[in-house]
Design a protein. Structure first.
Length: 346
């Protein structure tokens, strides 16, 4: 891929600014963990696995600068940093998964010299990033088998290289099918209000020469009713134990439309997106973001000043609408609850 979503370089965290794509390819270099937290909150980096990597790197960055005489003081400061990271965005479980993994690593090393704990936390964050890339490639390999030759695939939001350490989950499936020589095309929902589909999915697919057609969100039903969509593939921010899936707002509508038209609806996500502590989707916290994201488009006011607005950033697609959930360890169908246990243990 011709861009890096996020990387650790020379004691700093580098990331591409996703709020400025596709107009400008700007990279930020952060040496202060509070700026990494702001970047997650303000969607300079976004997408469930990518914000997990960012949180891990942010904590590792903060750890490098902790000034402590005792292990107790070091861990108190480290956990404060973890706490700050955990308050950036609530829905994607990958963020919390990555924070827990960094905490676990630190606790395993609690009797080591502080300098070596700092070094190991940095290595762990880099490892999370590298593993995510491999995970996405495995998701792609499994998922590509579900994509027929000649398929037109509808996707929503951006579950691509930009939303992960690279390659993507839903777009990983699409990339793998394309690289396997299948003649496929993508329909990208624009994904109001943040326009991740219009700005990011089209940008990265066009860079890879994968045929993509942009549609506005309200056009999906039209193209399904005309028989122009073969299947849908989307990502996920958190998947409950019964398979109910939180993903970008509008995903639920696509899934219901797909069922109406007898079109398979696939979710692609790493095992770290499974949250088996949540029995069903009603337990998943849904982020509500600033109303100006709805009343303005790229800074231009499009609604009357003072209008009532709601802006949930995610919705829940009930498991019954999902044909299969594609993970790096294999594909779950039907009885998700049972299959998740095996996939999580693999
Ligand atoms: O608000 P965002 O852009 O972080 O939401 C992203 C999504 O909903 C993605 O579909 C999801 O995180 C999967 S990314 C591989």
């Amino acid at each position: 891929m011709s861009f890096r979503t996020i990387e650790w370089r020379d004691n700093a965290v580098l990331m591409i600014d996703q709020t400025r794509l596709p107009a400008e390819e700007v990279y930020h270099r952060y040496t202060d963990f509070t700026f990494v937290a702001d970047a997650i909150r303000n969607m300079i980096i976004r997408g469930a696995p990518a914000i997990g990597v960012a949180a891990a790197m942010g904590i590792a960055l903060g750890a490098q600068k902790i000034n402590a005489d005792t292990a107790e003081s070091f861990f108190r400061q480290l956990f404060d940093i973890c706490d700050l990271m955990s308050k950036t965005r609530p829905t994607a479980v990958n963020l919390f998964w990555a924070i827990e993994r960094i905490k676990k690593k630190a606790l395993e090393l609690k009797d080591s010299p502080l300098d070596s704990i700092k070094e190991e936390l940095k290595n762990e964050a880099i490892l999370i990033e590298r593993e995510d890339l491999e995970t996405c490639k495995s998701i792609g390999r499994h998922g590509a088998e579900l994509i027929p030759e000649g398929a037109t695939i509808l996707t929503h939001c951006n579950a691509g290289g930009l939303a992960t350490a690279g390659y993507g989950t839903a777009l990983g499936v699409i990339r793998a099918a394309h690289h396997a020589g299948k003649n496929i095309r993508v329909f990208a929902d624009e994904t109001r209000p943040w326009l991740q589909g219009a700005r990011l999915t089209t940008w990265e697919l066009m860079k890879d020469n994968i045929p993509v057609t942009l549609i506005s969100d309200n056009m999906a039903g039209f193209f399904m009713s005309r028989g122009e969509i073969t299947c849908c593939v989307v990502g996920a921010d958190r998947i409950a134990a019964n398979g109910d899936t939180a993903n970008k707002i509008g995903t639920y509508s696509v899934a219901v439309l797909a069922r109406e038209h007898g079109i398979p609806f696939y979710v692609a996500a790493p095992v770290s997106t499974l949250d088996l502590s949540m029995s069903d989707g009603s337990c998943i916290p849904i982020e509500e973001r600033p109303v100006t994201e709805v009343t303005r488009i790229r800074g231009i006011q499009i609604a009357p000043e003072g209008v009532n607005v709601r802006n949930p950033s995610f919705d829940i697609t009930p498991a019954r609408y999902i044909s299969a959930i594609i993970t790096e360890h294999g594909i779950a169908k039907d009885n998700f609850k049972e299959q998740f246990k095996a996939l999580a243990a693999a």
